[in-house]
Design a protein around this ligand. Sequence first.
Ligand code: NAI
Length: 356
Amino acid sequence: MPETADVMGMSDLSEFEQVQILRDPVSGARAVVALHDTRMGPAFGGIRRWNYPDLSAATADVLRLARAMTYKCALAGLPAGGGKTVLLDDGHLDRRRAYEFVGDFVEQFGGRYFSGPDVGTTDADLRVVSARTRFSVDPDRDGFAGIADSTAQGVFEALVATVRVVGLEVAGAKVLVQGLGSVGMRLCGRLAAAGAVLLVADVDAERCAAARRDFDATPVAVDEVLTTACDVLAPCALGGLLSADAARVVACNAVCGAANNVLVDAAAGLELHRRQIPCAPDFVANAGGLIHGATLQLTGALPPEGRLGEIGATLTGLYEQSRALDLPPMEVAEREARRLLQAVPARPWLPARRGC
Ligand code: NAI
């Protein structure tokens, strides 16, 4: 029985084109790489470095994340598919060597998989990866530095579409941004410029102070994010904010942010839907960075003006379907992604052969 068999049903595993469990013989570093679906084009997906309790947990995470990348590409209209790498870090990792090892492995795909940042992977790590492979986001290459800004712009477009569903405009809407990192802080800048009333929460008090100074934002305690009344809750920290219990009590009228996996499970989405709280599917709302990076990699140019605005239009369509079908937006988005995938030929993407 393969090591991953117990982490998902075999029927789920059979969706994946390739899943590999790796161990670097030099450093002992362990990684899991998953290519979910490359029928639409090469797989895109970052490297997550995390202290997983065991290999099963790491594998479950990489499968979930790689599939979400496929859905994200499909709904963003990109000729690309989904992949992901997780690097297990128990605190004793030889970090430089581990990223070199991952970079060498990514290179072996010959362009079928393109890696980049995710939780735990910094620009410094990406420089190590990029020194070993041509197929990674390189923070020093022209254009790639703007990825977080494109993510924030995409979330902003998604938020514009989301507030309209509850009969508001961004100007004057009370938006609570949880997490003031590279995306959250940029989102605050855009929201403030558009006239939103900002509430902010971050475990780092200095970031809250900066948002107060720069955007006239009102800080909220991190453990009061769910209970603070607002028009839109914008989760831009880590995932897992909304369980079904949290969805029963959350004091916002809508949810739209950058964080992946905000909903703990489908029950949380159902609960929000029951309460008529629209919740933007994360893989639609946060696709701006992917659109930026994948377009740059695939075409050599940045996305054209207005491309990120399509996120708002996609979301508006999903909300309409959600109402018509009486289903949570997340479920509608997943169905739509699967429908788009069914329409493509059942051939994985392979790099063009060189020479004769
Ligand atoms: P980041 O690491 O730069 O910022 C995260 C922020 O959240 C930090 O300021 C941190 O102090 C804060 N934080 C952590 N735990 C918190 C808590 N319990 N309460 C309040 N604040 C907390 O991350 P980044 O790049 O801004 O990403 C934010 C989210 O968006 C992540 O979930 C990421 O996976 C997702 N995302 C990011 C993309 C990007 O382009 N950077 C693309 C797509 C998704």
